[in-house]
Design a protein around this ligand. Structure first.
Ligand SMILES: Cc1cc2nc3c(=O)[nH]c(=O)nc-3n(C[C@H](O)[C@H](O)[C@H](O)COP(=O)(O)OP(=O)(O)OC[C@H]3O[C@@H](n4cnc5c(N)ncnc54)[C@H](O)[C@@H]3O)c2cc1C
Ligand code: SF4
Length: 596
């Protein structure tokens, strides 16, 4: 039977009350904000644009393809945007299409029927400008409902990157400031991994790691000789269980992680509702209002401070305002920038918190594309092993521009990958032949493949920006974002190097290279948007201080990836949550002292 503790009953929102804080968005950032603020005893209203889904029956992690009428695929009237469409067309991508529903590319992965209510329908949520593969999830929990769970720390190579190579800005914090909060996130949410003692990829406080399989061990051993590291996937998954959280189970290694866009119906993989929001509701201090799309941070004209949040009920279309002593924006990097830019008033004519003109700018993320597929000849025909009973494969941390300096690009990249036998042999469809011989080849080779793909740091540039489109609006009449963003030469040079070193590492390990891709995928593919309201010491060139507090409006905080000063090449979610925890401790402290 499915492990499941029902969520607490929601409290009715009282819009005549002035809440201690209003949090906008319930993903990794908003969930953490709600959790920490309520743990300080504050009375918090959480506004979430999407609905609350019965997520366990949505995900059905263990359902087999043959138990689904279309083997897990979406109905024919629904379409996932392809790489080709992103390449040859400009947004809005759903415009002029005959399909009833259009989704971003992640719905092109297997099992798309299980995530069709999680990701947004592009018809309702258009955007304009330059090419961008924008993946959004509008529901309680946001993208954490299906995230890939690779949970990495940043280091001073990232926080002090300008000191290291002269480009951009240093963060206003160093690793020592955030390290205690990373520790708290690890212990509260659970993370599996293996200690490596690397200065550029600090270890977490790990629970039981997942096991590497034979092809991965072979690659790890070979990489050691090159002074590079392959480490088991550091998964934001509780492998040992969490005694303090009744809504989550430990990972039973059911091997369902890789079958769909994502999600875990026993919540071993972290998601914001079971990890943060339900425990916050249990304190009695959290009021959750779903179907509440914020479109303006309202301002007290007398003080210029944030007064509350104007929102539209996504189902009824009714407009409301909620009032709070502090406003915490956590709608995700791009949506938060949109909300700040939409919040124009006499006190803040360029949008709230935007006296610097930097809101929407310095946008950065990760470049993806170069990938490699290989076959380990020695493993062909060997008995198959149970390798996909785990929430991830491996990670190869950055090895460029640490001690040495690459002549063609600055910063670095890492690789995510995996090998071994899967329950469903992924290569069967591309294996030539038929009949008994075909089946034998598929079985013999099932455990012999290994693959990996790169994630590289994209430099923040002032001109990489989003703004409000002057004419196009979403389904609720809210002006949409316009992108003005493209990869630069540093990213292109880095991608060439990724492709070359990926191949080099496989060849050095004696892995037969079957396919190597060096093309860059469309901007946005990494789903790691960052930087549109960066932190900094100087209010003229940054939007937030080191506590993600607006330089202009002291009771306004923006606690998601928009605050990141640079992208690093490590996945951002663990850092988003550690920073949000730190900032919300500060918020509670300042509110208590009457400083907001
Ligand atoms: C398939 C996939 C794989 C991923 N893999 C990884 C990974 O391996 N490692 C990693 O670190 N990260 C990964 N990510 C990224 C990760 O999910 C995000 O970094 C993280 O969820 C960001 O948290 P957030 O709170 O900023 O945004 P979200 O989780 O997107 O939450 C934002 C919330 O705000 C709500 N919202 C938006 N606008 C409004 C509004 N106007 N009013 C009210 N509410 C609003 C949204 O509905 C949403 O619930 C992945 C994402 C996806 C989709
Ligand atoms: S492998 Fe673990 S984390 Fe992944 S779906 Fe199964 S139980 Fe959940």
């Amino acid at each position: 039977m499915l492990f499941q503790v029902r969520p607490p009953a929601p409290k009715e929102a009282d819009l005549t009350t002035v809440y201690d804080a209003i949090v906008v968005g319930s993903g990794a950032a908003g969930g953490m904000a709600a959790h920490i603020l309520t743990s300080h005893g504050l009375n918090v209203l959480l506004l979430e644009a999407g609905r609350k889904l019965d997520i366990e029956s949505e995900l059905k992690s263990m359902e087999w393809p043959y138990d689904h009428p279309r083997r897990g695929e979406m109905p024919r009237d629904s379409h996932a945007i392809t790489l080709n469409e992103y390449t040859v067309r400009q947004p809005p991508y759903a415009q002029g299409t005959e399909y009833k529903h259009v989704y971003s590319y992640v719905q092109g992965w297997g099992g798309s029927d299980y995530s069709k209510n999680i990701v947004v329908d592009e018809k309702d949520h258009p955007y304009t400008g330059t090419k961008y593969a924008w993946v959004r999830a509008r529901l309680l929990g946001g993208k954490t409902a299906i995230w890939g769970r690779l949970a990495l720390r940043l280091s001073d190579y990232d926080f002090k990157a300008k000191t290291h190579d002269g480009y951009g800005e240093d963060w206003p914090i160093s690793y020592a400031d955030i390290q205690p909060y990373y520790d708290k996130v690890d212990l509260y949410l659970g993370i599996g991994g293996h200690k490596e003692n690397l200065p550029h990829l600090p270890d977490s406080l790990f629970q039981r790691t997942t096991r590497l399989n034979p092809s991965e061990v072979m690659l790890r051993q070979s990489l050691k000789k090159m002074n590079r590291v392959l480490t088991p996937y550091r998964a934001g998954v509780t492998t040992d269980g969490l005694k303090h959280n009744k809504y989550r189970s430990k990972c039973y290694g059911r091997g369902a992680c890789g079958r769909r866009a994502g999600g875990c119906d026993i919540h071993a993989a972290f998601d914001s509702p079971t990890g943060l929001i339900y425990p916050a509701m249990d304190t009695g201090h959290l009021t959750l209002r779903t179907n509440s799309t914020a479109y303006e941070v309202t301002v007290d004209p007398a003080t210029g401070k944030a007064r509350g949040v104007a929102f539209v009920d996504s189902q009824s279309g009714q407009h409301y305002e909620a009032k709070g002593k502090a406003v915490v924006v956590a709608a995700s990097t791009l949506e938060s920038a949109r909300l700040l830019l939409l919040s124009k008033s006499n006190a803040h004519p360029n949008g709230i918190g935007n006296s610097s003109g930097h809101v929407g700018h310095n946008f950065c993320e990760h470049v993806m594309g170069p990938s490699i597929l290989g076959r380990v000849k020695d493993l062909v025909g060997k008995p198959r092993t149970l390798d996909d009973g785990r929430p991830g494969g491996f990670y190869i941390p950055r090895y460029r521009n640490l001690e040495e300096r690459h002549p063609k690009f600055i910063r670095g990249y890492g690789f995510e990958g995996g090998g071994g036998t899967g329950m469903i042999p992924g290569r069967a469809l591309s294996t030539p032949g038929f009949g008994a011989d075909f089946k034998k080849t598929v079985r013999d080779e099932a455990g012999a493949f290994v693959h990996m793909g790169g994630f590289g740091e994209v430099l923040p540039r002032y001109e990489s920006a989003v703004s409000i489109d002057p004419t196009v609006k979403d389904r609720w009449g809210i002006p949409v974002l316009k992108f003005d963003y493209a990869f630069g030469d540093n990213e292109k040079q880095m991608a060439l190097d990724m492709a070359a070193t990926g191949k080099e590492m496989f060849e050095a390990a004696g892995i037969e290279v079957l396919h190597a891709d060096s093309d860059i995928l469309t901007e946005g593919w990494s789903i790691h948007e960052l930087g549109t309201a960066r932190m900094g010491r100087d209010p003229k060139t940054s939007v937030l201080n080191q506590f993600q507090q607006s330089h202009d409006v002291k009771n306004l905080f923006v606690v998601d990836g928009s605050s990141h000063v640079s992208a690093s090449c490590q996945n951002p979610t663990w850092t988003i949550m550690a920073l949000a925890w730190r900032s919300c401790d500060h918020l509670a402290d300042e509110l208590g002292k009457g400083n907001l």
